[in-house]
Each structure stands twice: as structure tokens, then as C-alpha cells.
Design a protein around this ligand. Structure first.
Ligand SMILES: [Zn+2]
Length: 396
């Protein structure tokens, strides 16, 4: 409903503003997400708003858009409405069941981080393209992809020319290169693996994501091999060779890396990737992750990951404000990869990817990777997802 006051102010406003008025009168939105608390850090919004969608794109974010102006409505009263979640460390493309399953958790965009190397990247690309979400891949520098026993224990698998060929064949889907550097994956070859990952990425100007923790080499040797825009995942991996020194202080080299534009990502995972102790020490020093991610696979509902909103809730427990938690799961993540530059936002004109979450109050137990439990007072729960303007089926 356009009030007289709003009409006058709109009429007096810029041409761009004026051009939105026909939408209000047309009364033909495809979908309206109505009455929720919209939190979109990309727009600085945290208020009860309606989100109107037409033609697969965000048409308006406003207070009191008439319910009968839309063909279909999602009642979001009492819920949190955020841009579709972007999970930059996932393994959703491992099987074709992955993408539609994580979509139900609110994940409208994901990056499969190294499930596939040169040998099978074409198969991963087909799964990513076939799914409903915006799916992209990091190619593992090891031709085998993630492999039991450690894919880089035989360094001949880190074949730069094979990786380059695989990227060239799949430029539309491959958005970077992954190297897992822990001792049980790369042994003493961690720095060499990273050098080869950079060599593979360089001709395409793509970022490299490294998985850290329990590596042979210390962070002060690893970090100089990273360039602006590269990503460190499993940021809170415990010693040896995590981000903390022997006294529990964040290493100066880590702070320096952040200053020069290296991205530090959470990467929940299942084994060896974080302890509550490291999270607590780093958070107390103000070293929060730039992005949250799950290291998800189709089994994650039965592990400490559960779902992306559960991972977000772990940081509510450490006192991070909700809007900052949302930022790290939406706009911050979308900015890491060019392919997501129109995601992580409810800006008018953006693809209509929306996650509806419920913020439950109570007593909730959260798990680290060492069976450590902590109890939080809030849990974000996925309720509904919209992808490209279409409602995803309800979560089972
Ligand atoms: Zn992973």
C-alpha cells in the first residue's frame, strides 16, 4: 500500500527511486517473504521487512508490501530472513544428492573445496551444474582429489599441467585451487604442494585455498606463499602449527596476512579442525573468522556440523552479534569468489536467493572436532529456502 506521504517522497526522489513505483502498483510479485526480521549486512538492514520477488530476482525490500500483491507468500513472522547462505568450504558436489540436500539448510551457494582433482573434476563440474544451487569447485592440486591416506603423500599426484588442463576445460565452474597441508595429507611436502597449487592457479588468476593444522611446516613458512585473496580454512585448527603461538597468542604473521588480504575461514569439519579452546583464545583477541563454512558432506547432519545455521550458532555462543554472524555467512563469503558477486545480498535486482531461519532460545549443545561440548543459549534453525525466486521443498 503506497501512502500519500510515501508517494510524495517517492515522486520527489531520484529517477531511480521513481522507477520502482510501477512495481508497487503492478501487484504481481511472484513471491513475497512477509513479516520477517530481515538481516542483510550488505545493505545495512536489520528490521522487519517484506521481501518481494519477481522473475527470479529481488524486486523490493520494504515495510508492509500488500500480501495480495504476490502470487505466493511465505509467512516469515517471528523468523529471520537473510540472503541465501554461501558456504565456501563444502563437499556438496561429491554426489548429486549433495546440492539439493544442503539447499534445505539455506545454502543457496557453495564451493566444493577440493573433493575432485584433475582426474574427476569433469564429474564434479557436471554435479555442480546440475544442482539447484550456485555450485562452484576448487580443484584439488592432487589429481585424485581428497583421498584416504592423504592425497599428497605421493607428490607426483600434484601435477601442475594436469591441473591447468582441468581448469581450462572447466573455467565456468572451477573458481580456485585447494591444497590440504596437514601432516597426514601432505607429510613433509606441504610447502611444495602449496607452490604447485599457486603455479596451477596463476595463469587463470584464481585464488588458492589451503587447509591448515598439524602441518609439517609452521604458519610463518606457509603464509608468505599466499597472495591477496587466498583463503586459509580451518583457521582454529589446534597445534602443532596452528594460528596461535605457545602462549596462546595469535601469531603476528597471521595478523600480517589478514592485513594484506588473506581470508581466514572457519571450516567446521569433523576431525582435527577446531577445538573450543582455540576458538575462545582467538575470539578473545578479536581474531574472528572472515567467513564461516561447514566442510559439509551428505553425512553432516549426524556430525558436529549438523547444518550451516548450526555452525553459525556456535559464534552466537561466543557473543558475536547476529548481524556479524550473518555477514560471515553471506556477503563476506560471496566476496571471496567472483562467481558469487551478485549473491549474499537482497539488493534489488539480485538473484532471489533467500534463507528463512528461526532463532530459537533455549539450551543447545554444540560440538568441536574433539568431542568437546559447549552449551549455547541460541540456535539458528533453517526453516525455508528460496533459490532463484523459487521455494525449495520443505526440510524433512
Ligand atoms: Zn574440506
Amino acid at each position: 500500500m503506497l501512502t500519500r506521504r510515501r508517494f510524495i517522497s517517492a515522486a520527489a526522489a531520484s529517477a531511480a527511486m521513481f522507477s520502482r513505483i510501477p512495481n508497487v502498483f503492478a501487484a504481481t510479485y511472484d513471491l513475497l517473504v512477509k513479516g520477517g526480521r530481515v538481516i542483510d549486512p550488505s545493505l545495512g538492514i536489520d528490521a522487519v521487512r517484506d521481501v518481494a520477488i519477481t522473475g527470479g530476482r529481488i524486486a523490493a525490500v520494504d515495510a508492509n508490501i500488500a500480501a495480495d500483491s504476490a502470487t505466493e507468500t511465505i509467512d516469515a513472522r517471528g523468523k529471520i530472513v537473510v540472503p541465501g547462505l554461501v558456504d565456501i568450504h563444502s563437499h556438496a558436489a561429491r554426489t548429486k544428492e549433495g546440492p539439493p540436500l544442503c539447499l534445505l539448510d539455506g545454502v543457496t551457494g557453495y564451493v566444493d573445496a577440493g573433493s575432485f582433482g584433475a582426474d574427476a573434476i569433469d564429474q564434479g563440474a557436471a554435479i555442480a551444474k546440475g544442482g539447484p544451487n550456485l555450485g562452484r569447485l576448487l580443484i584439488n592440486i592432487a589429481r585424485t582429489g581428497v583421498a584416504p591416506g592423504g592425497e599428497l603423500n605421493d607428490m607426483s599426484r600434484a601435477d601442475v599441467s594436469l591441473a591447468r588442463g582441468a581448469i581450462a576445460r572447466n573455467r565456468d565452474v572451477v573458481v580456485g585451487v585447494k591444497a590440504r597441508l596437514s601432516n597426514n595429507v601432505a607429510g613433509t611436502g606441504d610447502l611444495e604442494a602449496l607452490r604447485r597449487a599457486q603455479e596451477a592457479a596463476a595463469p587463470f588468476d584464481l585464488p588458492v585455498m589451503i587447509h591448515i593444522g598439524q602441518s609439517f611446516s609452521p604458519m610463518r613458512a606457509i603464509l608468505p606463499l599466499l597472495k591477496r585473496g587466498d583463503i586459509v580454512t580451518h583457521v582454529y585448527a589446534p597445534a602443532p602449527n596452528g594460528i596461535l603461538d605457545d602462549n596462546g597468542r595469535v601469531l603476528p604473521e597471521v595478523l600480517a596476512a589478514r592485513r594484506r588480504g588473506i581470508v581466514f575461514d572457519f571450516g567446521n569439519g569433523v576431525a582435527d579442525h577446531f577445538t573450543w579452546d582455540v576458538v575462545e583464545r582467538a575470539m578473545k583477541q578479536g581474531f574472528a573468522p572472515d567467513t564461516f563454512s561447514t566442510d559439509w558432506n551428505t553425512m553432516s547432519r549426524t556430525t558436529g556440523v549438523v547444518d550451516f545455521p548450526n555452525v553459525m550458532s556456535k559464534f552466537l555462543m561466543f557473543g558475536m552479534p547476529l548481524d556479524q554472524v550473518v555477514a560471515r555467512s553471506t556477503v563476506n563469503a560471496a566476496r571471496v569468489f567472483d562467481a558469487f558477486n551478485d549473491r549474499g545480498t537482497l539488493n534489488v535486482g539480485a538473484p532471489a536467493d533467500v534463507a528463512v531461519l528461526e532463532l530459537r532460545e533455549g539450551s543447545f549443545e554444540f560440538l568441536d572436532n574433539y568431542k568437546g561440548t559447549r552449551t549455547g543459549r541460541q540456535r539458528l534453525v533453517p526453516v525455508a529456502t528460496v533459490i532463484g525466486g523459487k521455494k525449495a521443498p520443505p526440510r524433512a
